[in-house]
Design a protein around this ligand. Structure first.
Ligand code: FES
Length: 575
């Protein structure tokens, strides 16, 4: 604990002095009606809120924050809510991923600069979870994360429909004439019918599960629906608990150990989680100083079966998942695949937390002996097309395409793709491999979720719903398909992906973990000599900083200068 000059906690450096500076720190705070006793040296808890009406998944967070405050007060703490940059997945252009690192800087600097002893992170929509965890990790104060919870199941004409996953399905049906535009429009309100984030096992649900699996949240953080009263009770209890964490000085680095990351990888496999977890956890490990690499995703996740029958890989949704027992039931089922001694924020080990976790529905949460899919983990590919790695999610892909050799159909960027994909003259069939360039961290910039390229209508019309697709982009966690993602180095950074030409042959062999471009080294050298890096899209501001400092997908797409922690040493006085 950083001992203050006048008291036990960090906040005492602000509120604990009786001179002019102390007057200033307290007086202006008192304009909010805060009584004198709150400044008596008790733990000050920051509630880091990503509420925004521009982030609909987090639009109920003022209520969640109020419940956290109740808990903090009840435990004798002093809660102070503050806003940070909120990243709304659906509205922000060109992609929220461009701003994940910026939001993490906001979080880190706001925490360090203020009189906070502990923090509760309120997260929900995809990037709000990693950005807050990353920023907080670079301060390393006692921290609890509270996710906002998923929306209730979508309901459309008697059927359950899932965020994202059903959008991709419906839009393909409209493109090949199986669904009317009128019905498509009606489905909008039927899909998103309550507060909360995407209720498929997309990136938000995966990251909420990561919060729980890493030990950074309370049990059941992952799945309680946003509008279920128990979500508010969990927020209340997190408020109570953070005060104890501060008193016990249990910092993030005590929770986020190598064992915690290994647990998280295995849980991603067991839940059929989003590929986006790869870049987010790599970046988080980099902040907290844990040795955790891209390759770990493969060897740790290799033997993990997918236990959870949730969209996009399966049939159910997060609401069903919670009623079936939620993440504790999954972690319990994983048995020895989990480091049971890993500490969690409630003061118990993860093993203790799930020791008696029941499962109420084996159609939703299956067993290791009889899993939903035998392989749930993500596969890391290597080869001349991705010397620094690429990933594929077999549980969302087509088994018959796991070993495939096909002719490349190349799109130079996403605009080129949109301009030509619906053209019947496009020389493509289902045996081809669609290749998309310039959608990596630097090239786009921001590495958007466009890796699950829609199929050409002339292929769809044959009833074919999947093809091999390769890109340096990411894919929405709600999407599915045989998509090779996160190719590194990316095309705009001089990767081999940028040298692929129409008509080249590409071999994917998931079992052998290889991705190979059938072009000779001499020819590749000739093409490389002719290759010119695309001109940067921006010469100023944050985009310039981003392009100059962003690392590749195998390094978590963090900024090179943000790796590591600066701690929470109290900065110099401001007056
Ligand atoms: Fe916010 Fe999916 S759009 S979680």
């Amino acid at each position: 604990m950083s001992e203050g000059k006048t008291g036990k906690f960090r906040s005492s450096e602000w509120f604990g002095s009786s001179d002019r500076i102390g007057f200033i720190y307290r007086s202006w705070m008192k304009n909010q009606g805060l009584p004198e006793h709150l400044f008596d040296g008790r733990p000050v808890i920051g509630i880091c809120n990503t509420w925004s009406e521009l982030t609909p998944c987090n639009a109920h967070f003022r209520q969640i924050a109020d419940r956290v405050k109740r808990g903090v007060y009840e435990a004798g703490g002093f809660p102070l809510e503050f806003p940070v940059m909120s990243l709304g997945e659906t509205l922000m252009r060109p992609t929220t991923m461009l701003f994940r690192n910026l939001a993490s800087m906001d979080v880190e600097e706001t925490i360090r600069a203020n009189p906070l002893d502990g923090v509760v992170l309120l997260v929900g929509c995809d990037k709000t979870t990693p950005s807050l965890l990353m920023g907080a990790a670079s301060c390393d104060l006692p921290t609890i994360t509270v996710s906002g919870g998923p929306m209730l199941n979508g309901k459309f004409r008697g059927e359950d429909i899932g965020s994202g996953t059903s959008v991709w399905k419906f839009s393909e049906e409209v493109r090949c004439g199986l669904m009317s535009e009128c019905d498509f429009r009606e489905a909008e309100g039927c899909m998103s019918r309550s507060a909360g984030h995407c209720m498929t096992m997309g990136t938000a649900s995966t990251m909420a599960s990561m919060v729980e699996a890493l030990g950074m949240g309370l049990p059941h953080n992952a799945a309680i629906p946003a509008v279920d009263s128990r979500r508010y009770a969990l927020a209340h209890m997190a408020g109570r608990r953070i005060v104890d964490l501060v008193k016990e000085d249990v910092r993030m680095s005590r929770i986020l150990t190598r064992d915690a990351f290994e647990n998280a990888v295995r849980v991603v496999g067991a839940i059929g989680g989003s590929t986006n977890a790869v870049v987010h956890l790599l970046a988080l490990a980099g902040r907290i100083g844990v040795n955790f690499e891209l390759e770990d995703w493969d060897h740790l996740g290799r033997d993990v079966p997918c236990l959870v029958n949730l969209m996009p890989s399966g049939k159910y949704l997060m609401e069903d998942f919670y009623y079936a027992g939620g993440l504790p039931a999954v972690i319990r089922e994983l048995g020895d695949l989990i480091h049971r001694d890993a500490l969690t924020v409630n003061g118990k080990t993860i093993g203790e937390n799930v020791a008696d976790a029941p499962c109420y529905n084996r159609d939703v949460i299956m067993t290791v002996k009889e899993p939903f899919k035998s392989t749930g983990g993500l596969v890391v590919l290597r080869g001349n097309l991705c010397p620094d790695g690429a990933i594929i999610k077999p549980s969302a892909a087509s088994p018959e395409l796991m070993k495939h050799r096909g002719r490349a159909v190349v799109f130079e960027d996403i605009e080129d793709f949109h301009a030509r994909i619906d053209d019947d003259a496009l020389d493509v069939d289902e045996s081809c491999v669609m290749v998309l360039k310039n959608c990596g961290p630097r090239g786009y910039p921001g590495m958007p979720e466009v890796g699950n390229m829609p199929l050409p209508p002339k292929v769809l019309k044959k009833g074919i719903t999947d093809m091999v697709r390769i890109s340096d982009a990411r894919m929405s966690g709600t999407a599915y398909g045989t998509a090779v993602l996160h190719v590194a180095p990316e095309s705009a950074a001089g990767g081999t992906l940028g040298l692929v030409q129409n008509g080249d042959f590409i071999e994917l062999d998931v079992a052998a973990r290889t991705l190979h471009l059938d072009v000779s080294d001499d020819e590749l050298a000739r093409r490389r000599a002719e290759w010119k890096a695309p001109a940067p899209l921006s010469s100023r501001g944050y985009s310039k900083l981003y392009v100059e400092h962003v690392m590749q997908a195998n390094r978590g797409v963090d900024f090179d200068f943000l790796v590591g922690s600066s701690g929470a040493t109290v900065p110099r006085d401001s007056h």
